[in-house]
Design a protein around this ligand. Structure first.
Ligand SMILES: CC(C)(COP(=O)(O)OP(=O)(O)OC[C@H]1O[C@@H](n2cnc3c(N)ncnc32)[C@H](O)[C@@H]1OP(=O)(O)O)[C@@H](O)C(=O)NCCC(=O)NCCS
Length: 202
């Protein structure tokens, strides 16, 4: 069964990456990471991302964690200073789906941090949270984010683009998905349907 409340606190680690909860003392690093043109362009972050925005962001992150509704974890190497963020939110317990998101500070890009962090969180979502379908919403022009999605095994769905109007004008977001492989997942059910229809190949 999909957990009703997400665990807090939470640390996930693998391949040198440690995902941990945000802390109040991360404020200066958070502002440094998020006040950046690519993050303004591709995410709904306020721009400029100033101290006021940072304080509000950490407060909302903490509330979301305390209420158990979202995972919002700082990407670190060894649990130290934050280098980016990875999120899981919008859980639909009935459909066993949730959306994930990620960003990495400009100075820390192209080192595998986004792909490593998304892989860690996706694995946790499938195995521990028992979610069967993980979603990413990506602007088709965001080549970096698409590369991360592909590297982590997400595939583009044929779902209608989600239209939105932002400071850069109208844009649309494609839906990417990963079907997790745990028992009872949608992938598992599809395999079972195929096996019943066509016979199991061994
Ligand atoms: C998208 C983003 C998170 C990528 O972070 P990153 O840590 O640099 O990504 P990784 O180092 O894990 O790279 C993973 C793959 O993406 C590729 N990639 C990363 N940045 C790229 C770029 N600018 N152009 C093309 N490919 C890129 C890497 O080469 C790697 O590909 P590979 O598997 O073939 O080696 C980062 O650029 C970012 O924070 N952008 C702004 C926020 C954003 O767009 N978030 C996603 C919203 S949907």
């Amino acid at each position: 069964m999909v957990a009703r409340r997400l665990p807090f606190p939470l640390t996930l680690a693998g391949d040198g990456i440690v995902l941990r909860d945000w802390r109040a003392e991360d404020l200066d690093d958070l502002i440094d990471l998020l006040d950046e043109p690519d993050i303004a362009r591709w995410t709904p972050m306020p721009s400029p991302f100033d101290r006021e925005a940072g304080v509000a962001y950490l407060k909302r992150a903490h509330q979301g964690r305390m209420s158990g509704q979202r995972l919002q974890l700082a990407i670190t190497e060894g649990g130290g200073r934050p280098l980016g963020e990875v999120l899981l939110f919008g859980i639909d317990a009935g459909l066993r789906e949730a959306e994930l998101g990620y960003l990495v500070g400009a100075r820390h890009r192209r080192r595998g941090l986004a792909a490593g962090s998304l892989s860690l969180l996706s694995a946790y979502a499938g195995t521990t949270l028992k979610l069967s379908r993980l979603l990413l919403r990506i602007d088709p022009a965001n080549t970096a984010s698409i590369a991360v999605a592909r590297r982590c095994g997400y595939t583009l769905t044929g779902e209608a683009p989600i239209l939105q109007v932002g400071p850069h004008g109208p844009s649309s977001l494609d839906t990417w998905e990963q079907l997790t492989g745990h028992p009872g997942s949608r992938l598992d059910r599809l395999k079972n349907v195929a096996a019943r229809r066509y016979g199991r190949r061994t």
